[in-house]
Design a protein around this ligand. Structure first.
Ligand code: ADP
Ligand code: MG
Ligand code: MG
Length: 476
């Protein structure tokens, strides 16, 4: 039975675009249509308690609004990240752009956030705790929709054997809603000839996840698209360095703030890159990011939204009385606070000592995105001992977080055509969309979900990074 299901699932993935580039194929990340592999997936959907689902849905618009409020407090962002800035070059570059915008007194009227708030269920307390809030390059919206369709189909074909109903598998609206938010932002810009600029990495094995959204946007409006990466990709048919395109002849900033690319005004810049230092191999990319920021295009995300998503800001928001600065409603504040795990700055020596004593109870996090950057176990202890011995300023580059232990259960997990049974834990994300123009909030919604399942023995998660498997849920 399992073998039959696996084969059916693999055929379905191949026929419906639940695919990623195969790292063993040299061109798989550079060109579409070559070197495809099915995305790693869990063979069957997993049960998920309705209370957590309801809770995460309720939190989504609150976090969207929180991001917006915090983004408007430039001093708060600068101050909170000031020590980190001294020791982390990437955060420093982002903050430099941010402070330049503050000096220019630049205000974003149209603000668009495509977010994802990630959670794990803490087995010890039976509570839903936030892992992190993503504000830049929020990915997997395409593949998450695909896996829930995959599961619906398997269940439809085997309802009786599986004891599940097709309708019980939660559908996913992430792509439709994120595409709509981008299209609405384009509409707000109010220029029919304007384009959406999608910023991608030159090499991206996750490109099929991104195509879901650009294709969906084109279906909503006959928009024009310009694709480009922060280094060597093309815009339209010109093989040009995108960063150069933007700051040289093909791209320019008009005195009125209009960003032109290939002579077309840009209404929205959608970043699916730019979250990692490797996206900025030279000064050219930094200048492009800065030029985009100075323009009147709607940035998804703006530099402020990007900074709100850092781990350091997450930790600061968890301190006493900080949420109160940004949210008015007491009940909302309580709801948000309830999902915060223990988060500490490394200035707190008591916590650092506890983490050295029991590293298995903590996660050490630098200011990075994209998975694979956190430090666990013995490495965590050794890092802290080293930093503490030299009384290093570098401590400010990190935060400490309570390690969450979700309940584990056996799962069939499929990667590279091979199915293995493993004891697995899951991370549950809710996508969000937020769009406003000055005082008018146009969209503030939850937008579908991402369920990722991984072997309980692993530390990190993440599908792109090769740790986790896509999954869907049915509510219990
Ligand atoms: P990134 O921005 O790189 O995705 P995350 O904070 O989401 O950073 O951490 C990456 C992965 O590490 C998560 O997907 C999760 O699997 C694991 N992780 C992060 N924080 C915790 C935690 N507090 N407890 C348990 N696992 C965690
Ligand atoms: Mg992240
Ligand atoms: Mg994450």
């Amino acid at each position: 039975m399992v073998d039959e299901l696996v084969e059916e699932a693999l055929v379905w993935c191949s026929q419906h675009g639940l695919v990623v580039g195969d790292k063993n194929h040299p061109r798989s990340g550079k060109a579409p249509g070559v070197g495809l592999l099915h995305a790693p997936f869990s063979l069957l959907p997993m049960s998920f308690p309705r209370v957590y689902w309801d809770q995460a849905l309720e939190l989504a618009p609150l976090f969207n609004e929180l991001v917006d409020r915090v983004s408007l407090d430039g001093e708060f962002l600068q101050q909170t990240l000031a020590r980190t800035k001294q020791v982390d070059f990437f955060t420093r570059r982002l903050l430099d752009i941010h402070s330049e915008m503050m000096k220019l007194n630049k205000h974003e009227n149209i603000r668009l956030g495509l977010t994802r708030s990630d959670y794990m269920v803490d087995g010890a307390t039976n509570s839903l705790l936030q892992v992190e809030l993503n504000t830049i390059s929020t990915s997997s919206n395409g593949l998450a929709c695909g896996v829930s369709e995959l599961h619906r189909n398997l269940v439809r074909m085997h309802e009786r054997d599986l004891g599940l109903e097709k309708a019980s598998v939660m559908g996913n609206t992430a792509i439709a809603q994120h595409a709509e938010a981008l299209a609405r932002a384009w509409e707000e810009y109010n220029n029919q000839s304007a384009v959406v600029l999608v910023v991608v990495q030159a090499e991206e094995r996750y490109m099929y996840d991104q195509y879901w959204i650009t294709v969906a946007m084109k279906e909503i409006y006959p928009l024009s698209f310009a694709y480009g990466s922060l280094d060597k990709q093309k815009i339209h048919k010109k093989k040009l360095n995108k960063a150069r395109v933007i700051i040289n002849s093909e791209g320019e900033l008009r005195p009125d703030g209009t960003l032109l690319v290939n002579g077309r005004p840009v209404a929205v810049v959608y970043f699916r890159a730019g979250y990692s230092p490797s996206d900025y191999p030279s000064e050219t990319e930094w200048r492009a990011r800065q030029l985009i920021e100075r323009s009147s295009a709607t940035k998804c995300p703006s530099i402020s939204y990007h900074l709100v998503g850092t781990k350091k800001i997450q930790q600061e928001l968890a301190k006493e009385n900080v949420l109160e600065r940004f949210l008015d409603n007491k009940t909302d504040i309580e709801k948000v606070r309830k999902c915060f795990a223990g988060l500490w700055s490394l200035e707190d020596d008591n916590v650092v000592m506890s983490a050295i004593e029991s590293p298995e109870l903590f996660v050490l996090k630098p200011q990075r995105e994209g998975g694979g950057n956190n430090i666990y176990g013995d490495d965590l202890r050794n890092t802290l001992v080293r930093l503490r011995r030299y009384d290093s300023e570098e401590l400010a580059a990190y935060i400490l977080m309570q390690r969450i232990f979700p309940p584990a259960s056996p799962c069939y997990l499929v990667r590279e055509g091979v199915c293995a049974r493993d004891n697995a834990v899951s991370e549950f994300g809710i996508f969000g969309a937020y769009l406003r123009n000055k005082d008018r909030v146009i969209i503030n919604n939850q937008c579908g979900y991402l369920m990722r399942t991984k072997a309980a023995s692993l530390n990190e998660g993440g599908v792109v990074t090769g740790y986790a498997f896509l999954n869907s849920i049915f509510l219990t």
